[in-house]
Design a protein around this ligand. Structure first.
Ligand code: FCB
Length: 446
């Protein structure tokens, strides 16, 4: 199934159109101006953790090239930019002194983009936790909730009125499960019990931070960003159907039920048995603060199987360089389901994009597959809105090719190509399409 080509006119005038990045993936300057080490700096130093042996020391050098990048963002014609703050850049050890030089960097960036009419959507935690906090257990230690709340409050106090939204955490599932259970992301721990405790503390710190930031009297919309996708059983067997339900519980319901119903789903807690998190009285009510928006990061759908590993090729659909199936309908389906089951006030597609191998030919990067991916997912977002789902924005991941975590620099998600030797930025055809789409007024002419 393909969707009709979208046009900007089909969306409300105040629809948020953006591009997204995160601090560790683009900033570089890992020791500049008093920045402390993050868990990703430490993780990259461990042999074999990053596919190409790379690290975030330079990344896209955004810390030094931010002015050029501001021009790039504004030049795309987007009205919004989603970015994250590096906690160890502004508070090197996560619990002590503030680093004014770090804050000054974000202040310059925020002011420059606001001056260009680009609204800023800030994420407080896009994974680069101060290493000093990891040394005392990181997200698995309940004490971190207080540290995170203090950091969030300070950032909101300084910048809140200049931000279009504040998101506490990016993808708590990824932090907890890939970081503490599978150990393939920082901090590289392999313990399901710690992972579930980390999950609980991420959600608890989110609720505590929201309460504290709101107590400042700010009207800035506040929320959280989850990585979500529809999950299907790989076959009609009762085992696969049960597995799909459980996986949906572990990935979606655990987070959504906590945030919107102040409870963890009983089937999942039962399944986790002794690995279920320790929950104190009052925690669930703290977690379930009312959210001004729910951010959804969507890349693909998933299949659950009890037997042989499920093979993505069996779908017959195109597969990205990450090995992820291209399935735009999954986004429509997901948005409709979230609306139906949980009624978030508004939803925002906070990340969506694709890694493909790019060919740079005489200054042109004809990334047809990425272009089609973005176009189809914008259309899929439109289809959800038509079905009555309150979606207020779409952010393409990502502005730039960047450090793709454990995959290093080999996987390119950027609408803008980065030559990591020279740091030259070049708009790919997908960026040019997005620019054109955003400037287009007449229906159907994209
Ligand atoms: C998401 C992350 C983002 C990026 C994309 C591809 O899980 O939030 O930083 O790596 O995946």
């Amino acid at each position: 199934m393909t969707y009709p080509k979208p046009s900007r006119e089909q969306f409300p005038n105040d629809f948020i159109w953006g591009v997204a990045t995160s601090s560790f993936q683009i900033e570089g300057a890992h020791q500049a101006d008093g920045k402390g080490p993050s868990i990703w700096d430490t993780f990259c130093d461990q042999k074999g953790k990053i596919a190409d042996g790379s690290n975030g020391h330079a990344a896209c050098e955004h810390y030094h090239r931010w002015q050029e990048d501001v021009e790039l963002i504004a030049g795309l014609g987007v009205n919004a930019y989603r970015f994250s703050m590096s906690w160890p850049r502004v508070q090197p050890d996560g619990r002590g002194e503030w680093n004014e030089a770090g804050f000054a960097f974000y202040e310059r960036l925020i002011d420059a983009l606001n001056a260009q009419g680009v609204a800023l959507h800030l994420t407080l935690n896009h994974w680069d936790l101060p290493q000093a906090l990891q040394d005392e257990g990181g997200w698995a230690n309940r004490k971190i909730c207080g540290h995170f709340t203090r950091y969030a409050t300070e950032v909101a106090r300084r910048f809140g009125s200049r931000l279009a939204s504040i998101c506490t955490h990016n993808e708590p599932w990824v932090i907890a499960v890939l970081g503490y259970e599978q150990g393939i992301f920082a901090p590289g721990i392999q313990s399901r019990a710690q992972a579930m405790q980390a999950m609980h503390h991420l959600l608890l710190s989110h609720g505590m931070a929201l309460q504290a930031m709101r107590a400042l009297g700010l009207s800035t919309p506040m929320g959280i960003v989850l990585n979500l996708s529809p999950i299907y059983p790989a076959s009609e067997s009762p085992e696969d159907i049960a597995k799909a339900k459980l996986d949906d519980g572990l990935i979606l319901r655990l987070y959504m039920d906590a945030l919107y119903r102040a409870t963890y789903p009983q089937d999942v807690i039962h399944h986790l048995a002794e690995d279920a998190p320790v929950v104190h009285d009052g925690d669930m009510a703290t977690i379930a603060q009312s959210l001004d928006f729910l951010g959804v990061n969507y890349y693909t759908r998933n299949f659950s199987s009890c037997g042989n590993p499920w093979d993505v090729a069996s779908t017959g659909n195109q597969v990205t360089d990450m090995g992820w199936e291209v399935y735009p309908q999954g986004l429509t389906e997901l948005l409709c389901r979230l609306h139906q089951d949980y009624q978030p006030k508004v939803l925002m597609v906070t990340e969506n994009g694709a890694a493909f191998k790019d060919e740079y030919k005489e200054g042109v990067i004809d990334d047809e597959s990425r272009l089609a991916y973005v176009r189809e997912h914008i259309a899929a977002t439109r289809a959800a809105i038509e079905q009555g789902v309150p979606v207020c924005g779409y952010f393409a991941w990502s502005l730039l090719d960047n450090f793709e975590w454990a995959s290093g620099y080999a996987k390119r998600f950027g609408l803008v190509h980065v030559d990591f030797e020279t740091q030259k930025r070049t708009l790919k055809n997908s960026a040019i399409w997005y620019q054109h789409f955003l400037s287009e007024k007449s229906r159907g002419s994209n």
